[in-house]
Write a protein that binds this ligand. Structure first.
Ligand code: NAP
Length: 488
């Protein structure tokens, strides 16, 4: 039998979360850790999503590590290759790579209460035994392809936007795109000029705002490189402007309904045909689903070779897509822009805690944790980007850095008090979630009249943080020992 590697801390994933965690451990002088990564490179979502036009919709000067600001960003909203290169460079510069084991997909983890350690098993049969596990598996890392009747009979190429088939030449082809979310609105304008015909299947129109993007000026880059405080100031102004958004999303959703008039005007200015205008105008309050930003989406869908289909996809045939009204459109390629399994941060891992408790069973009504980070019954397990810590208005990297600081504080607390394990008290977790759910119930995500992946089938919002991100940072600054049971 293969020997089981023993480490103090095991980190899963090498996206912003996993890399940031590994760097924090190194900075704290810790070397007894490993990072497991299922793929063969670092970068998480920024490694996987290579579709044309893939970019971040938060400005990069903010959407990057606070301790590794990059003066070289080419524009306000750089595209995926630049963000991936940034993460690759960070992994190299901070010496993280020797700690990473690539090609290791975690499938199960079980806690041994006697040893107070986790055994983490991978798909290849290998295992790691660790005192502490930090999951950085990401909120949006597992693509969803909806079950569509006849999909297996389709003879052409069919792929998800997060698994883009660069070997499939779309030039002159008849292409169906299913979905009009954040990914689709980025790749549709890129492929539309190239394909012969594009049928875009929209189930729900998104609210779209203009993208205020521009290349960075030479003098700005030089200034940021030579004088770091200038970039820090730039970063803070982006943060502050985004953060104001929380007021509308969380505290005064009625403001969103008023502000959306600006986006109605944008549709009027950008879309000429009244029938098309009606099709792309959402019937729910702005912000209920993620507000998207684009300058080229509305022009793209008005191209003569693009058709917006709103009848819904009924089934696929060997060479076409049949919509709900029975019309079959012949296509060579189907591209799914249908999003990710977002509701469960540990969806693909069988997690067993104390007394054989299964995390999936605990979470059958939706995931929940204390501060999105720790779960009663699962000691020494920390979730980065865990339940209710996603955002609709600001940079996830800010949240991730708050969480990493919390994990580091927990590790130091365990050292200081000489305790092998920490477990959040169930009553503390329950009280936290009762307060959180009361708050989230009033937000635009829950009241805006849309169906989104923010809410599960029971209408429970287990994805988003209903508040200011600085408040989350304040609450995660220090571990409150009274919230935890400290193992002897
Ligand atoms: P998404 O926002 O969840 O969009 C999925 C799209 O597919 C929606 O239009 C959805 O329609 C449609 N869809 C799903 N199942 C369908 C079905 N069975 N039939 C027809 N249509 C179906 O997914 P995404 O665009 O991949 O983006 C996911 C998230 O990733 C975003 O919300 C964002 O947080 C992140 N993202 C960020 C960026 C960025 O710039 N930072 C870029 C891309 C993605 P409904 O609306 O009706 O459900």
């Amino acid at each position: 039998m293969e020997t089981i590697e023993q480490v103090d801390t095991l980190v899963i994933g090498t996206g912003f979360s996993g890399l940031g965690m590994a760097i924090a451990l190194l900075k704290d002088g810790r070397r007894d850790f490993l990072v497991l990564e299922r793929a063969d490179g670092v970068g998480g979502t920024w490694r996987d999503n290579t579709y044309p036009g893939c970019a971040c919709d938060i400005r990069a000067h903010l959407y990057s590590f606070s301790f590794e600001q990059n003066p070289e960003w080419s524009r306000l909203y750089p595209t995926q290759p630049e963000i991936r290169a940034y993460l690759d460079k960070v992994a190299n510069d901070y010496g993280v790579r020797p700690y990473i084991r690539f090609g290791r997909t975690v499938t199960a983890m079980a806690y041994d209460p006697a040893a107070k350690r986790w055994t983490v098993t991978c798909a290849d049969g290998s295992a790691v035994n660790a005192r502490v596990v930090v999951s950085g598996m990401g909120g949006l890392s597992n693509p969803t392809i909806p079950k569509i009747e006849g999909a297996e009979t389709f003879q052409g190429a069919a792929f998800h936007s997060a698994q883009w088939r660069h070997d499939v030449d779309l030039t002159g082809k008849r292409v169906a795109v299913i979905g009009t979310g954040a990914s689709a609105i980025q790749f549709v304008p890129q492929i539309a000029p190239k394909v012969g015909q594009l049928h875009l299947y929209q189930r729900t129109p998104p609210w779209i705002a203009p993208k205020l993007d521009r290349p960075m000026k030479d003098w700005e880059r030089k200034l940021f490189a030579a004088f770091k405080p200038a970039q820090t100031w730039f970063r803070r102004t982006i943060y502050a402007r985004n953060e104001i958004g929380a007021i509308g999303f969380v505290q005064q959703p009625e403001r969103m309904a008023k502000m959306q008039q600006m986006l109605v005007q944008y549709i009027h200015a950008a879309v000429k045909d009244p029938a098309l205008r009606e099709k792309v105008t959402p019937n729910y309050v702005m912000g209920c689903k993620r507000i998207l930003i684009s300058n080229d989406y509305y022009p793209a869908i008005q191209r003569p070779n693009v058709e917006l289909v709103t009848d819904g996809v009924a089934r696929l045939t060997a060479d076409g897509v049949v919509s709900a009204d029975g019309t079959e459109r012949k296509v060579d390629v189907v591209i799914y822009g249908t999003g990710f399994t977002a509701m469960d941060p540990m969806a693909r891992v069988d997690v067993t805690g104390v007394d054989g408790a299964k995390l999936s069973e605990r979470w059958k009504h939706g995931p929940e944790a204390y501060l999105g980070l720790t779960v009663a019954g699962f000691p020494n397990l920390f979730l980065l980007m865990g339940p209710n810590t996603g955002l609709g208005h600001n940079s996830m990297v800010y949240m991730i850095e708050s969480q990493i600081a919390y994990v580091m504080d927990a590790l130091r607390l365990m050292n200081r008090k000489r305790v092998p394990a920490l477990e959040v008290k169930a009553a503390v977790q329950d009280a936290f979630n009762a307060e959180l759910q009361a708050k989230v119930a009033k937000t635009v995500w829950n009241t805006g009249g849309c169906k989104s992946w923010y809410l599960n089938e029971e209408g429970r919002n287990a994805t988003l943080w209903p508040g200011f991100t600085f408040d989350y940072r304040r609450r995660t600054k220090k571990v409150d020992p009274a919230a935890y049971r400290l193992a002897e």
